[in-house]
Write a protein that binds this ligand. Structure first.
Ligand code: SAJ
Length: 431
């Protein structure tokens, strides 16, 4: 089948490769010229080795990246749905734009599938009317469905094939056709949603569920701290019950899904309560980390802090909405506050600014200065592990003690060997 994938970022690229590697004739449309050029030159923009190989196989199989949209039997929309921080809403401009482009190329009998994560109702209420501008009727002249992706970044090529899929069309025929397209490629089970809006709702509910579960763990961690017990021991023991499955506390929830998708549930509803609270609990973890740090150091004024990790989770290079970045911003903001309070007091600073040095073995950033591990630790009063990278387990506490001036280590993910760090003279703090 001729397939045009609209948007070949992370998900679109993997989706295009999935179809191309399974015998379909795939064009991947993206307006970004350098992205398309790099892909054509066999240079997929990814640090995931599996995905790179998978895309290279797809290019060998005829996958064609392009800056032009083509007529196709099936259009799959994988464009971003950015989150508007202030209104807590999804910006659907890219979906709308893709809809208009598809409408220009739509023919009777084609299929249109929306994979982007969107607020409930988007396929039926936003996309369908735009596609109807083609003068073809959605559901009658062409099929239209929502088929959300659910892959875990870092494990995309496996999950793309093995995860279950939820598919919901705007009518029965749309659902049937979309299921028939994915069924031969997917090893997980394909579940039929009653309609497109339910499929959209399910995807968001899965991420909101995980976010609420993590918020529960984070709240337990704060409560456990009040009782002087270790939250991870308590959670591990609570989880021996066959119907309890609490996730892990940490310095907050990052990425471009969990901190955002729960809010999309509220785009056309005023009923978010627990889900909104969970968001606030998770966002508030950065303040808790700062409190723990302040307790450990005595005072933040003039302290030198090594922030280890700004990726949004362990072993990935993506720093979007990450707890590590929030921590850096939060510490930098206390510096700014200190300076402006000093100015208001007549110009004399009461405390000194903090020196914040950031290290991340996976992330490259132009927005923030990154240091190698030794430089970040040299002279530091405290080190904070703010991303769960496996590489941090290899830090030798004895060498760290020699490099650092102070002896505070705050392990946001309890991934270091606490006893070894204590033996090396550190005050080892967990969440
Ligand atoms: N985290 C914790 N404690 C935990 C687990 C995670 O604090 O016990 C934090 C992580 O450190 C990270 C954040 O949560 O900051 C999110 O990480 P994640 O691994 O839970 O999820 P994502 O954002 O990488 O991917 C999620 C997945 N959704 C679910 O598991 C329900 C993935 O399957 C989705 O495809 C993806 O969102 C998406 O694209 O929506």
């Amino acid at each position: 089948m001729k397939i045009c994938v609209h948007g070949i970022g992370y998900i679109g690229l993997a989706t295009a490769a999935l179809f191309a590697n399974n015998g379909h004739d795939v064009v991947g449309y993206d307006p970004d010229e350098s992205l398309v050029e790099d892909l054509r030159a066999g240079e997929p923009l990814t640090t995931e080795d599996d995905l790179r190989e998978y895309v290279l196989d797809a290019l060998d199989a005829g996958f064609e990246p392009s800056n032009e949209v083509v007529e196709a039997d099936c259009h799959i929309i994988c464009v971003p749905t950015p989150y508007e921080e202030e209104s807590k809403r999804a910006d659907l401009a890219y979906v709308e734009m893709a809809g208009r482009t598809v409408a220009e190329h739509l023919r009777e009998g084609d299929m249109v599938i929306l994979e982007s994560t969107v607020p409930p109702g988007t396929t039926e209420e936003v996309l369908a009317p735009i596609l109807a501008a083609s003068e073809l009727t959605p559901g009658e002249d062409f099929s239209l469905s929502h088929c959300p992706e659910t892959v875990l970044p870092g494990n995309i090529t496996h999950e793309l094939v093995h995860n279950d899929r939820i598919i919901g069309g705007i009518d029965e025929r749309s659902t049937d056709e979309t299921i028939a397209l994915y069924e031969p490629l997917v090893e997980g089970t394909i579940h039929r949603a009653p309609d497109a809006t339910t499929a959209e709702f399910v995807k968001l509910s899965q991420n909101a569920y995980r976010d609420v579960n993590i918020a529960f763990a984070n709240e337990l961690a704060r409560v456990a701290g009040d009782y002087g017990i270790r939250s991870r021991d308590a959670i591990e023991l609570a989880n021996v019950h066959p119907r309890v499955d609490i996730l892990n506390p940490g310095p907050g929830v990052g990425g471009h899904c969990l901190p955002i998708d729960p809010w999309f549930l509220g785009q056309f509803s005023d009923s978010l309560d627990l889900i909104a609270s969970a968001r606030r609990v998770n966002d508030g973890m950065v303040d808790f980390v700062v409190e723990l740090l302040e307790d450990g150091l005595g005072a933040l004024d003039g302290a030198s802090v090594a922030v280890l990790g700004i990726a949004y989770k362990g072993n990935v290079d993506d720093a979007r909405h990450s707890p590590g970045l929030r921590l850096v911003e939060r510490l930098a903001a206390s510096n700014a506050e200190e300076t402006s309070t000093a100015a208001a007091d007549g110009g004399r600073a009461t405390g000194e600014a903090m020196d914040i040095r950031v290290h991340d073995p996976h992330v490259e950033s132009e927005a923030i200065d990154l240091f190698d591990l030794e430089t970040a630790l040299a002279g530091a009063d405290a080190a904070v592990v703010s991303a769960g990278h496996d590489a941090f387990r290899d830090i030798d506490p004895v060498e760290a003690a020699e490099l650092m001036d102070g002896n505070v280590v705050l392990d946001g993910f309890s991934l270091l060997d606490g006893d070894a760090w204590r033996d090396a003279g550190f005050e080892y703090i967990e969440i």
